[in-house]
Structure formats: structure tokens, C-alpha cells
Design a binder for this molecule. Structure first.
Ligand code: NAG
Ligand code: NAG
Ligand code: NAG
Ligand code: NAG
Ligand code: NAG
Ligand code: NAG
Ligand code: NAG
Ligand code: NAG
Ligand code: NAG
Ligand code: NAG
Ligand code: NAG
Ligand code: NAG
Length: 603
């Protein structure tokens, strides 16, 4: 009888695979060669016998529709009745489809509905952003990059160099979509984080390929951000105030047979980004696009970038000169009042030619090329620096002592003033440690050919919201003019002498603080992001890191104040307490109340 029962049981299992197998189950998991995935439907085990053409991480197979519940399991490949691991929760039966979404092993959800940051300003008139599914709020797709592991190892051991490797394949798997791209190009990216053991990357698809209309994406490591959500929130705010920049979402990343971790997914502001942002994805009279780059400093002793910047060897990105060896300390003490890199002694001779801060460097356009590397040429011809020379010259000719509203119209001829006011107010309200004010870094200058003037916007907001490489007291002061370099930067020392601009800037700071940088507004989204990311952050933290991390700086400079972000819990990064940098929500409460107190305003 016993034997018969066993045989009946086996027969039932096998029968299940054929007769009543109405449902296709699909689940992402990395398992070793001697394992396979299965689905346990109403207590019976069914192996998932195939993997998707796009990626071996996506396991598929047919099994009956569950009547009570189903869950995925990891099975011994040679004996698929042997369950090595199974999900700790049950999934509800699918009733409205013959296949599941592309689910992820061990995550009980496929998508979440999160509260949105409210939109408080119309997008700048120049913006006409394409509709794209690149960033789906509340989902975490998986990116699986496969190919030459030797080449991947090489860029990891040489992370401080800008090396492109091509010939790799990228599979993108979201709950409802699978895409595959041949011959992608992968490189390590970033300036300050190349000595970290979790690196950021940039990915480029072949010409004519696109991921939801984008060809180039950033995979942001979030290595400096124990909350894993500073960039997410900052890009939310940038969008809310109508700035042209990336949007942001999350993705799980695998290289070959190794899990790399949870990353932020951002847009690289290169083609086809301008047409996606400014003309709904269609060709147009595109102007040149430049990105201010603090590493572009030639000569001088200004530091390259924030936080444990690689000490220069072979840093070829954007023409860095290699003279970038100033010791940096975290959370507090660059020399003299929080001058970041290249900002000290505003206006003195030291600055000349050494900072991407809109200083006028003379009429020789060559002198601007390393400060503001060209990211994209205009549609016709190639980028030249005449517009930037004209702008910086104009700025330099404005009085830094007196001005009145009569100059306003003139300013508008050289720059899209609204973009500058909003972008600079954004830096202030998010306490940006790595933007125009603090570092002369991470901002774009776009040549708006229709209006023949320069547009400003920001990117890369990892060092914000309490992650400070400057004097935190000044970064968080409610008095915006305390902000590092506020009154010495060539632009802001003059622009804000125009009363109308100063008033608008102050209105922006107050409005953005009340409507956005406000615990009452952001806390629900932060809490929901915390919930959404919790398991993935735990997974991320559990993974072995792949970078060589052989920089002498890395051990002391990772994280804030010498302690590693990885040493802080996710909870503490979001909610505190932390003994080094400020947690996200502590910063939020402080920033909000400091600004409102200064302006004697209430929420
Ligand atoms: C399966 O493979 C893993 C690693 O590849 C190995 O550690 C494990 O011992 C293997 N298990 C069996 C039962 O062969
Ligand atoms: C397969 O695994 C099951 C459950 O662990 C076990 O009872 C059975 O003996 C195994 N069969 C073989 C052939 O190893
Ligand atoms: C099926 O139902 C689930 C849960 O209600 C829903 O999220 C999903 O979008 C539905 N799928 C289809 C194909 O309608
Ligand atoms: C893999 O990359 C290494 C290092 O770039 C290269 O030497 C090797 O030829 C590549 N192998 C293949 C099969 O392309
Ligand atoms: C792959 O991409 C690289 C870099 O974009 C290019 O040089 C190469 O020709 C491409 N190879 C193939 C086979 O298309
Ligand atoms: C870095 O530059 C040095 C000197 O120019 C050179 O010897 C070394 O091979 C380079 N390293 C890499 C990884 O390119
Ligand atoms: C960096 O700090 C070390 C140790 O404090 C010191 O020996 C070295 O001179 C400093 N380098 C610079 C460029 O300040
Ligand atoms: C930060 O700035 C404040 C105000 O100027 C000053 O009192 C404090 O000493 C500074 N802190 C550090 C660590 O430099
Ligand atoms: C412009 O500057 C570059 C770099 O300093 C120099 O080589 C070039 O001769 C200069 N051109 C003119 C016209 O002065
Ligand atoms: C430089 O670029 C501007 C557009 O920004 C264009 O109008 C001008 O003709 C270009 N000048 C030269 C010399 O190419
Ligand atoms: C104004 O500019 C002059 C000359 O560039 C400089 O000497 C002076 O310190 C500046 N004044 C202020 C208030 O920044
Ligand atoms: C700020 O808000 C006030 C009141 O809602 C509004 O009148 C003003 O136009 C806003 N200013 C800016 C710059 O958004």
C-alpha cells in the first residue's frame, strides 16, 4: 500500500505537468548548476523546466492553476522532489491570466503603489519630455549583464580608469516585460566613488537599440547613501519643480552568475536624452550640451571631487589632469567655511582657470573645454563655447556691489534665469554637497538655440540631504546665504543683486520647503520606499562586493566621518540615529525647520 501511495503521488505530480497545466509560472532567481526552480501549487511540486531566451535568471514552466495558493521553491536538479528552499509566504492564485508576471523569488510583491511627490510648478517651457516606461514607480526590474567575465573583472580591478568594454549582452526583466540587447557597452562611472567596493556603472546600447527610448543609463551604486533613497527623492523634487533632468528608479543587477546588488537607475544626459527631454523624442534644432565637471580642473590645487576621490592616477574621464590630491574629510571640515573643491577665495587669482563655476576665463574658448566637457554636439556643426564665453563674460561684467531690476532683461538674454533660480534653489533646499555652489560640479549647461541662451539643470544628487562633505552647520543653515560659496561664486554674487531675482529665489526656497522639503509631505513616500526596499537592501548588503577597492583612500573614506555606509543599518540611514552623517528624516526635519524659521514662515 505504501508503495502504491508513493507511485500514485508521483503519478499525480507528473500528470499535473501535462493534463491540467494551464498556467505559466515565471520567476527570477540565480541558482547554481545543480539546482532548478519549481513552483509548489496547492502543496504539489512542479519543476519549472526552462529558462527564458533573454536570461537564465528567468525560470519558466507550466503547472496547474492554484486553487488555494502557490509559492516558488529551489529544487535539487537531479531530484526535483527534493526542496532545498522555498518561499516563506504564499502567493494568491492568478485568476485573470494564463501566466504570472515575471516574479522575483523571495519577494512577495511585484509592484507597489507609492505616494507621489506633488508637482508644484509647471515644467520649464523648454521641456517636452517623452512618455517612457523606463522608470516605473513601485517596481524593481532586474538587469542581467552577461559576457566576457575577464573583461568585467578588468574594469573592476581598474575602477579608477574610464574603460569601456563592449560585446556584452543585457537582459532587462520587469514584472511585465522582457528585453534583450546585444553588444552593449559597460563602464565604471562616477568620480568620487571609484574607490568604493560597490561601484556605479554606465551602460550604452548599440546604435538603433533603445530601452524605452533611452540608449544610455546609469546604474548608481548608492554607496554613499545609507538611506538608499536620497537620489530618488531629489529627482522627485527636481521633477516636481519642472527641471529638465533624469528621473530615477531602482533595479537589481547581476553580472553573469553573480548578484551585484540594488542600484539606482538614472538617465545619462547624452543622446538621445536631449530630444527625449526637449522634443518628445523627435529630432529638433538641438543645441550643444555641456556638463560642468570639477575634475576638469587643470592645475591649481583644487580637489577633484567629494569623498575619497581616487587620487588621480589614470583618471581619464573628461580630461582630468590628475592633479587632484587634496585630502578630504567627511562630514565637516574642508578648510575655511566649507569651500568644497575649487571654490575657495572666490574671485582671487587662484580661481582663474581652475574651477567650473562660470568664471570668465577670457575669450579663448579652449580654456573652457576641460571645465565644461561637451556631452552632445548640436544637431548641425559641432559644439563651440561661444555661448558659454558670452555668458561668463556677461556675468563678470555685472557689478558685484550694486544692481537693480533694470538689468533683469539683460540677464534673460544670456540665460534662462528661471532654470538657474529653480536649479540653485534646489541645491539649497536639498543641501547639495556636490553642485554649483559647493563644488562647481554636476550641472548641465544646455545651449537653447531657440532662445539663444544657456539653460541650467542639475544631476547626480547622491551627496545631498545630510550626506555632507562640507560644514554641515552651513549646509543646513536656514539662512541660504550661509551656504558654502554662496556670496563668492561668480554667478550668485551678482545674480542675486537683482532684487527681482533675489525675491523670486527666496520665494522658491520657501515654496519648495513648504510644499516638498517638508516632513508632512515626504514622510509617507519615505516610509513606503523604506518598506519597498527593505528586503532588497538586506539582499544588497549581504552580497560580496566585486570591486578591487585597492585604493589607499578606500578604507578611511568610505562613508561619512570615516565609518562605512555599509556599517549603518538601512533603518538608521533613513530614520537615525547615526553617529556620522545625518539620517534622511532627521535631515528633513532640520532642513525644513531651519528654513522656515529663517523666513519666519510656517508650513
Ligand atoms: C551544488 O553546487 C554547489 C555550488 O555550485 C555546491 O556547493 C553544492 O555542494 C552542490 N550540491 C550538490 C548536492 O551537489
Ligand atoms: C529525492 O528527494 C526526496 C525528498 O528529499 C527523497 O525522499 C528521495 O529519496 C530522493 N530520491 C533520490 C533518488 O535520491
Ligand atoms: C490580474 O489581477 C492582478 C491583481 O488584481 C492585477 O494586478 C493584474 O494587473 C491583473 N492582470 C491582468 C492581466 O489583468
Ligand atoms: C575577454 O576579455 C579579455 C580582456 O579584455 C580579452 O583579452 C579576451 O580576448 C576576451 N575574450 C573573448 C572570448 O572575447
Ligand atoms: C559592438 O559595439 C562596439 C562598440 O560600440 C563596436 O565597436 C563593435 O563594432 C560592435 N560589434 C558588433 C559585432 O556589432
Ligand atoms: C596607469 O598609468 C600608469 C602610468 O601612466 C601606467 O603604467 C599604468 O599601466 C596605468 N594603469 C592602467 C590601469 O591603465
Ligand atoms: C594628507 O594627509 C596625510 C596624513 O594626514 C598627510 O601626510 C599628507 O601630507 C596630506 N596630503 C595633502 C595633499 O594634504
Ligand atoms: C562650521 O561653521 C560654523 C559657522 O561658521 C562654525 O562655527 C563651525 O566651527 C564650523 N565647523 C567646522 C567643523 O568647521
Ligand atoms: C587658446 O588657449 C590654448 C590653450 O591654452 C592655446 O594653446 C591657444 O594657443 C590659445 N589660442 C589663442 C588664439 O590664443
Ligand atoms: C558656435 O555655436 C553657435 C551656436 O551655439 C553657432 O550659432 C555659431 O555659428 C558657432 N560658431 C562657430 C564659429 O562655429
Ligand atoms: C567684487 O569684485 C571685486 C573685483 O573682482 C573684488 O575685489 C571684490 O572683493 C568683490 N566684492 C564682493 C563683495 O564680492
Ligand atoms: C510661491 O508661492 C506663492 C504662494 O502660493 C505664489 O504666489 C508664488 O508665485 C510662488 N513663487 C514661486 C517662485 O513659485
Amino acid at each position: 500500500m505504501k508503495i502504491t501511495a508513493a507511485i500514485t503521488f508521483l503519478a499525480a505530480s507528473i500528470a499535473g505537468v501535462t493534463a491540467s497545466s494551464k498556467m505559466t509560472y515565471k520567476v527570477i532567481s540565480l541558482v547554481s548548476d545543480n539546482q532548478t526552480l519549481g513552483v509548489i501549487v496547492d502543496e504539489e511540486i512542479y519543476p519549472l523546466t526552462s529558462t527564458d531566451d533573454a536570461s537564465t535568471l528567468l525560470h519558466k514552466g507550466k503547472a496547474p492553476i492554484a486553487s488555494t495558493s502557490y509559492k516558488y521553491a529551489i529544487l535539487d536538479k537531479d531530484n526535483t522532489t527534493s526542496v532545498i528552499d522555498q518561499e516563506s509566504f504564499s502567493r494568491d492564485p492568478i485568476t485573470n491570466s494564463s501566466k504570472t508576471l515575471n516574479e522575483y523569488y523571495g519577494r512577495s510583491w511585484n509592484s507597489k503603489t507609492l505616494d507621489q511627490v506633488p508637482t508644484i510648478m509647471d515644467p520649464l517651457p523648454i521641456i517636452s519630455r517623452i512618455d517612457s516606461d523606463l522608470h516605473i514607480d513601485g517596481e524593481i526590474p532586474t538587469i542581467h549583464i552577461t559576457g566576457n567575465q575577464t573583461a568585467i573583472d578588468y574594469i573592476h580591478t581598474n575602477a579608477e580608469s574610464d574603460i569601456d568594454i563592449s560585446g556584452l549582452t543585457l537582459a532587462y526583466i520587469s514584472p511585465s516585460d522582457v528585453k534583450s540587447f546585444e553588444n552593449i557597452t559597460l563602464a565604471v562611472s562616477g568620480h568620487s566613488t571609484r574607490s568604493y567596493d560597490k561601484l556605479s556603472y554606465k551602460v550604452k546600447l548599440q546604435k538603433d537599440d533603445d530601452l524605452y527610448s533611452y540608449r544610455r543609463i546609469k546604474l548608481r551604486s548608492m554607496s554613499t547613501d545609507a538611506s538608499y533613497m536620497r537620489e530618488e527623492i531629489a529627482y522627485d523634487i527636481a521633477k516636481s519643480i519642472g527641471m529638465p533632468t533624469s528621473e530615477y528608479s531602482y533595479v537589481r543587477v547581476y553580472f553573469n552568475n553573480q548578484a551585484i546588488g540594488l542600484f539606482g537607475l538614472g538617465e545619462v544626459l547624452k543622446n538621445p536624452w536631449p530630444k527625449n527631454e526637449f522634443n518628445n523624442g523627435k529630432k529638433f534644432n538641438q543645441g550643444a550640451l555641456f556638463v560642468a565637471n570639477v575634475s576638469g580642473n587643470q592645475g591649481g590645487n583644487s580637489s577633484s571631487s567629494a569623498m575619497g576621490a581616487p587620487t588621480g592616477q589614470n583618471q581619464t574621464e573628461s580630461g582630468a589632469s590628475g592633479q587632484q590630491k587634496q585630502n578630504q574629510t567627511m562630514a565637516g571640515s574642508p578648510p575655511s567655511g566649507g569651500m568644497g573643491g575649487g571654490g575657495a577665495d572666490g574671485g582671487s587669482g587662484v580661481l582663474q582657470g581652475s574651477s567650473s563655476d562660470l568664471s570668465y576665463l577670457g575669450d579663448n574658448t579652449t580654456l573652457y573645454t576641460s571645465q565644461y566637457p561637451v556631452k552632445e554636439d548640436p544637431r548641425t556643426g559641432s559644439a563651440n563655447y561661444t555661448r558659454i564665453v558670452e555668458l561668463t563674460k556677461f556675468i563678470s561684467e555685472q557689478s558685484n556691489v550694486t544692481s537693480d531690476n533694470s538689468a533683469a532683461g539683460l540677464w534673460e538674454q544670456y540665460m534662462d534665469v528661471t532654470s538657474f533660480l529653480r536649479g540653485l534653489a534646489l541645491e539649497i533646499v536639498i543641501s547639495d554637497s556636490d553642485g554649483y555652489f559647493t563644488m562647481g560640479n554636476n550641472y548641465i549647461l544646455y545651449d537653447d538655440l531657440d532662445n539663444e541662451r544657456i539653460l541650467f539643470s542639475g544631476q547626480d544628487f547622491d551627496l545631498t540631504m545630510g550626506t555632507s562633505i562640507n560644514n554641515a552647520t552651513l549646509m543646513n543653515s536656514g539662512n541660504y546665504s550661509d551656504f558654502p560659496n554662496f556670496s563668492t561664486r561668480p554667478l550668485t554674487s551678482r545674480l542675486f543683486l537683482v532684487p527681482e531675482f533675489k525675491q523670486e529665489f527666496e520665494n522658491l526656497i520657501v515654496n519648495m520647503t513648504k510644499a516638498l522639503v517638508n516632513p508632512d509631505i515626504l514622510t509617507s513616500r519615505i516610509n513606503q520606499l523604506y518598506e519597498m526596499l527593505q528586503e532588497d537592501v538586506a539582499w544588497d548588503k549581504s552580497l560580496p562586493r566585486v570591486a578591487a577597492s585597492n585604493s589607499s583612500l578606500s578604507s578611511t573614506s568610505r562613508g561619512m566621518g570615516g565609518s562605512s555606509v555599509d556599517d549603518q543599518t538601512f533603518y538608521a540611514g533613513v530614520y537615525g540615529p547615526t553617529n556620522a552623517s545625518t539620517s534622511l528624516t532627521e535631515w528633513l526635519a532640520l532642513r525644513s525647520s531651519n528654513i522656515l524659521t529663517f523666513f519666519n514662515a510656517s508650513t
